[in-house]
Write a protein of this length. Structure first.
Length: 687
């Protein structure tokens, strides 16, 4: 029996060896090499398409199904293309289609308006594009050299230079250089311009925007000419556009958005904003865009949405190069590539080369899509404003929105026992790696490095009710922001002001979030018995919950956008969550949670945010039902505005590539009102 088993094992090994030899023989054969190249070429096209489509889509989508495939495509494309070119170059067979495919791949790499960067820091590596393209063309030279039409070295050099020029995406390099420049001349020029503009333009109307000479388009002048500030015919300003009755309101709003975007980008490069302290800047928002807040708030947020879309495109795509002198060469090259693809496709169909024809069809589709995205973009519409003759650019419907128009939601109490399986696994693996392999005691997070075991956030649509409530609060504040204490005074709730006077902004938000959740759980339990009038509180109730959970989401998942240091914010949040887990470890239903919290007295040691939040919730429960939710709605609209001003422009810009954050929109809006930082004052000063 043993001998028979050994013979059977040997036969199995022999068969496996033969199968492997047969596979390797096929792998090196003409058919095998052809299959490899076809698969790699198809993969390259897929990666191109992902970068073109998802590179634009991500500004209006927060989904991981967009984020991670795009990262893979952005990372893998250079390696896949250079391996494919190398495989065709080193192939022992010489197929005519290899030359056409290689040329098409190189041309596709010169895509006109694909993404220039996955993260903001990638823009600093703009010279990498030159090196990569040089290597791509160099890999193609053996195939060119094998062509009988290439007779000497001089002709080979000519071919190299022509291919390099045709395939090199100079628009992409230019856009990356401008977006990642350490010495941004444009921002410095605008800072000087705004300094002189405010000293010469004293008469203004924030409603009609007359006198707001914010630049939309201009020709740079010398510093001497700038010191003698004078508007010239080649300068197009917001005031000019708004006073021109032939322009539509949509075009006027876009011009304002573009001008504000150019001013906002100064903050990314750390350039001064000399106009921020002027009444004229303050009045632009409070007496202009929000003059009649109930009617104007939608238009105000539209202006900010378009402005941040310009910022995203400028930082992460090469479309900004279309509004420079490179526009015509880029479009000519794009049309030339489209013609080449079409000609190759037609010839391939004629000679029954189905694989090549299919390849060219997809490349042609990608190229046409790129041109369509530009011609329907707001950049094209802005260009039409700057032209003496009307343009047809930008008249077709756009494919992608400005941003996701959603806000993240997280509830520290209701989501307390809802865990993410993926986060749990990663947390355990991370903990094991640190403690066992690296011999490092990772005690800060007990189960991982980031958000261990916390359920991923939900996202809900940002309603007009929330936008209007925030806009009303901003208008009412007249620029003097409060962390909620002002609204408590207005509602005669002086006994609650202690919760606004804490050691950190994070602690204050956590205490109010836990108190809001306490009131919501109590409300849910009573609603099941039918003892609550839902209609009288619906508006304030929804606003309070949406903003409270949004602030918790920011603390848990996007702490870098908040006032405190992101590590301090994370530590404070996880400490409160740890206290909640210890106190409510056995309580899984909302009813049991409410019963235990209602009976809470001094069962928790210390004075943490969780304990203070329950105390505050019990205080709020003593107020009237409808009044309670008005108090919370007023407080949260103040709170979200109070935490918006900051100097972390880089983090705000980076989050534009993940669907955008409502907090970033408020940050930009307050910046244009001259509010660049919050006043760190106590309650006594507010009184």
């Amino acid at each position: 029996m043993a001998r028979g088993g050994v013979m059977q094992l040997n036969c199995s090994q022999i068969n496996t060896t033969k199968d492997m030899e047969s596979f390797l023989s096929w792998w090196r054969s003409e058919r095998g090499i052809m299959t490899q190249v076809e698969v790699l070429v198809d993969l390259s096209i897929l990666l191109f398409a992902i970068q073109v489509i998802f590179g634009w889509w991500r500004r209006c989508c927060h989904s991981a199904f967009i984020k991670y495939p795009l990262w893979l495509a952005y990372t893998m494309t250079p390696s896949v293309v250079i391996y494919t070119l190398g495989l065709m170059r080193s192939s022992p067979i010489n197929l005519d289609c290899f030359g056409a495919w290689s040329f098409a791949l190189l041309m596709a790499l010169g895509s006109t308006n694909t993404m220039t960067a996955y993260a903001v820091e990638d823009n600093k590596q703009y010279l990498r594009h030159f090196v990569q393209q040089f290597l791509y063309v160099a890999n193609l030279m053996p195939l060119i050299k094998a062509d009988p039409h290439v007779k000497n070295l001089q002709e080979l050099v000519y071919y190299f230079l022509i291919l390099f020029a045709l395939s090199m995406n100079f628009g992409r390099v230019f856009a990356s250089k401008v977006a990642g420049s350490f010495t941004d001349d444009l921002s410095l020029y605008l800072a000087d311009y705004m300094k002189h503009e405010q000293s010469t333009s004293t008469s203004y109307n924030p409603v009609t925007l007359e006198g707001y000479n914010y630049l939309v388009s201009w020709k740079s002048v010398s510093s001497d000419e700038l010191s003698r500030f004078q508007l010239t015919s080649d300068m197009i300003t917001v005031s000019h556009v708004y006073l021109d009755t032939s322009n539509s309101m949509r075009l006027k709003e876009l011009s304002l958005s573009f001008a504000l975007f150019q001013l906002l980008r100064r903050r990314f490069f750390g350039v001064a904003c000399p106009e921020s302290e002027l009444p004229k800047t303050h009045d632009l928002i409070f007496q202009g865009l929000l003059f009649n807040v109930d009617d104007d708030y939608k238009a105000t947020f539209r202006v900010i949405e378009a402005e941040l879309a310009f910022a995203h495109d400028h930082m992460f795509t090469s479309i900004a190069s279309f509004n420079t002198r490179l526009r015509k060469p880029i479009i000519i090259l794009s049309v030339f590539k489209a013609v080449c693809y079409y000609s190759s496709m037609y010839a391939s169909i004629k000679y029954h080369r189905i694989a090549t024809a299919t390849f060219m069809v997809f490349l042609l589709a990608v190229e046409v899509l790129q041109l369509y995205v530009y011609y329907t973009s707001d950049w094209a519409r802005i260009r039409s404003v700057c032209q003496p003759k009307p343009s047809k650019e930008g008249i077709f419907p756009q494919l992608f929105g400005y941003w996701q128009n959603k806000i993240g939601q997280h509830s520290l109490l209701e989501d307390l026992h809802r865990r993410s399986f993926t986060s749990d696994i990663i947390g355990h693996l991370s903990q094991w790696t640190f403690t066992k392999v690296l011999q490092y005691q990772a005690t800060f997070f007990s189960r991982g490095i980031k958000n261990p075991g916390i359920k991923g956030p939900d996202h809900i649509r940002l309603t007009d009710d929330v936008k209007l409530a925030v806009a009303r609060t901003l208008k009412r504040s007249n620029g003097r922001l409060s962390n909620g204490a002002s609204s408590l005074q207005q509602n005669n709730q002086y006994g609650l002001i202690w919760a606004c006077i804490q050691e950190s902004h994070t602690s204050t938000m956590l205490i109010w979030h836990i108190a809001t959740q306490y009131c919501e759980i109590a409300h849910s339990c009573r609603a099941r018995t039918g003892t609550v009038d839902q209609g009288s509180i619906r508006g304030n109730h929804n606003i309070s919950l949406a903003l409270s959970r949004y602030c918790a989401y920011l603390m848990a998942f996007v702490p870098e956008l908040l006032p405190d240091h992101h590590l301090d914010t994370a530590a404070c949040f996880h400490e409160a969550r740890k206290d909640a887990l210890e106190f409510l470890r056995e309580e899984r239903s909302l009813e049991s949670m409410f019963r235990k919290m209602k009976n809470f007295s001094h069962q928790l040691s210390g004075e943490g945010a969780f304990a203070k939040g329950i105390q505050l919730g019990k205080q709020l429960e003593e107020t009237g039902h409808a009044g309670r939710w008005k108090i919370l709605a007023d407080l949260w609209t103040e709170m979200i505005l109070y935490i918006a001003p900051s100097d972390n422009a880089r983090d705000h810009i980076q989050n534009l590539a993940n669907g955008g954050e409502f907090l970033t929109h408020l940050w930009a809006l307050l910046s244009h009102a001259g509010i660049l930082a919050r006043e760190e004052h106590g309650f006594d000063q507010e009184m």
